[in-house]
Design a protein around this ligand. Structure first.
Ligand SMILES: Cc1cc2nc3c(=O)[nH]c(=O)nc-3n(C[C@H](O)[C@H](O)[C@H](O)COP(=O)(O)OP(=O)(O)OC[C@H]3O[C@@H](n4cnc5c(N)ncnc54)[C@H](O)[C@@H]3O)c2cc1C
Length: 395
């Protein structure tokens, strides 16, 4: 999938007014632009600071999509969002390569095993057909891996992988066809507020007068909040992964495997594997270079689980930023500044919820309430009011 930028059609002039300015051209901004335009909103401007859309967290993510969460709200978001990805081609005309390889989460300690059992009960109650597997079943399903310590596993065949760049490109080009002005190399550097109302957005390419903005700047959304005097508790946290060259032993239906206690994961990527692991000692920051020392830790842990990797070679590696909130749940809705709306903070699993999140923001902006899933409890005010909702299944 070729990267999409506004330069493909000549450098577009920055408009001087907009009914809404969407800040950030990742999956959230792209989906919101598409859904607002589809609902008939006019004069929508989307601004992306980089040369191409989708080069932030979205373009660096693992592409995993799953129903397996530990909170009702995240499961409900998946129940709406994953079917939107399944019929993306029908609706938007863009193939996003949805592969339902299943996610197999493995618990190796009692605490995680009990949490897994509770999660499966909750998922089943909400209509998600996740299976609970015993340790022997896990070992039987993963003959290439060493999981002597597996206590239980959970498996859902409908979880899988989707191509992030295709999703962003599909939403942006469809939004552009409906009149959205989507611009790259257009960084927002200031937000003007008069009284308690947004009145303009200052960019590296000029000023845009607007009374409505959507902050969908992902890991950078706290900085964008500061421009309007709003504290948004989103912390950027580096995560990295690498891919291997072709490994003929890996079957085509190899699942997305997560060794939960180590936050270590493996999924098929092309004819090889993509392998990642979360560094629990990572300090917040905007550094997106690969930490080679930690990559070695990751590699050793991976070989321990899958000895055949000893003979594999690395094909590529990269790092990106999670956009983490204190309760690992996203932030939807408004703020104390009128016209400043927010869709951010998905804490490492936002790509899969991008489709429904953009739809929900179109509802919030055009209808004043959420119709598809009630996410009103995921407002910005919850942090000050102590209404946090903890997600256990963060990798
Ligand atoms: C290594 C890694 C693996 C992941 N794996 C998964 C996974 O398997 N499944 C999953 O669902 N999620 C995963 N995620 C999380 C997922 O990528 C994010 O939750 C999601 O992409 C966030 O989308 P976004 O649009 O909010 O942010 P982004 O994609 O980062 O988009 C925000 C955009 O805003 C732009 N921007 C910032 N500031 C400004 C400004 N001032 N002016 C203009 N533009 C600006 C940025 O350049 C960026 O393009 C992963 C993330 C990482 C880093």
């Amino acid at each position: 999938m070729a990267r999409l930028s506004d330069s493909t059609r000549g450098r577009m002039d920055i408009p001087t007014t907009a009914d809404i300015v969407i800040i950030g051209g990742g999956v959230m901004g792209a989906s919101a632009a598409y859904h607002l335009a589809k609902r008939g909103m006019k004069n929508i401007v989307l601004l992306e600071k980089e040369e191409f859309f989708g080069t932030g967290a979205t373009g660096r993510c693992a592409g995993g999509v799953r129903y397996q969460f530990s909170t009702e709200i995240n499961i409900r978001l998946s129940l709406e969002s994953l079917p939107m990805l399944e019929c993306f081609k029908e609706e938007i005309g863009q193939d996003v390569n949805y592969r339902q390889c299943g996610y197999l989460l493995v618990a190796t300690n009692e605490k995680d095993a009990s949490a897994f059992e509770r999660n499966v009960q909750l998922q089943n109650r909400l209509g998600v057909q996740t299976q609970l597997l015993g340790g022997d079943e896990v070992r039987a399903r993963l003959p290439l891996m060493k999981f002597e310590d597996a206590l239980v596993g959970t498996f859902n065949q409908k979880d899988g992988l989707v191509d992030p760049n295709s999703v962003v490109a599909g939403y942006i080009s469809s939004a552009q066809k409906m009149g959205v002005k989507a611009l790259t190399r257009a960084e927002v550097i200031g937000i003007h507020v008069s009284g308690d109302q947004v009145v303009a957005v200052e960019t590296t390419r000029g000023l845009i007068q607007t009374r409505m903005i959507l902050n969908s700047a992902g890991p950078w959304s706290s900085q964008v909040g500061q421009m309007a005097g709003i504290h948004i508790p989103v912390t950027p946290l580096r995560r990295q992964m690498f891919t291997t060259n072709a490994l003929e032993e890996i079957p085509e239906d190899f699942p997305f495997v997560i060794d939960f206690a180590q936050s270590l994961y493996f999924h098929r990527e092309g004819e090889g594997l993509l392998i990642g692991m979360s560094n629990q000692n990572e300090k917040p920051g905007f550094d997106q270079s690969v930490d080679e020392e930690f990559e070695f830790v990751n590699l050793e842990a991976a070989i321990e689980r899958m000895p055949l990797l000893e003979h594999a070679s690395r094909a590529s590696h990269w790092a990106g930023l999670y956009e983490v909130t204190p309760d690992a749940h996203p932030i939807f809705g408004g703020s104390h500044v009128k016209g400043f709306t927010i869709c951010t903070g998905f804490s490492g699993h936002g790509f899969m919820h991008g489709p429904v999140a953009g739809k929900l923001m179109s509802e919030y902006i055009l209808d004043g309430k959420y119709l598809t899933v009630d996410v009103s409890m995921l407002d910005l005010a919850r942090f000050e009011e102590g209404r946090l909702i903890k997600e256990y299944n963060v990798v």
